[in-house]
Design a protein around this ligand. Structure first.
Ligand code: SF4
Length: 115
């Protein structure tokens, strides 16, 4: 199997934005992510071109994005101690929205890097 080698790929998983990753990939998936940390390797190697999941799930069942947003809003509204968490692999604009939402809710804001 011939793999395409991509030098200086950027990992956007945790926010450190390492830009010296070497990827080895075919048309379907990435097989190696040299110089990536364990989080970056997991991120690169577990994403494929195939569509594996529906756009949204509620309690493990397929839902529309609008239904998922409504469910998430209800959970956040009902929460005694809301936490806005994650934000890896998201755009700056989406992170900005998360910060605004956390401010609005009086929520704790954290990224997965605290792990
Ligand atoms: S997850 Fe690892 S490889 Fe990716 S940006 Fe963060 S530190 Fe770099």
């Amino acid at each position: 199997m011939d793999l395409k080698v991509i030098d200086h790929a950027t990992c956007t998983f945790c926010g450190c934005v390492c830009d010296d990753i070497q990827l080895h990939a075919d048309e379907e998936r990435i097989h190696q992510a040299k110089k990536a940390c364990v989080l970056g390797k997991a991120w690169f190697l577990n994403h494929t071109a195939e569509r594996k999941y529906p756009d949204a799930l509620i309690d493990g069942k397929e839902a529309t994005v609008d239904e998922a947003i409504a469910a998430a809003a209800e959970h956040l509204y009902q929460a005694d101690m809301p936490l806005v968490y994650g934000m890896s692999n998201t755009t700056c604009e989406a992170q900005r929205e998360c910060v605004e939402m956390a401010d609005h809710l009086g929520a704790l804001l954290d990224s997965h890097t605290s792990l």
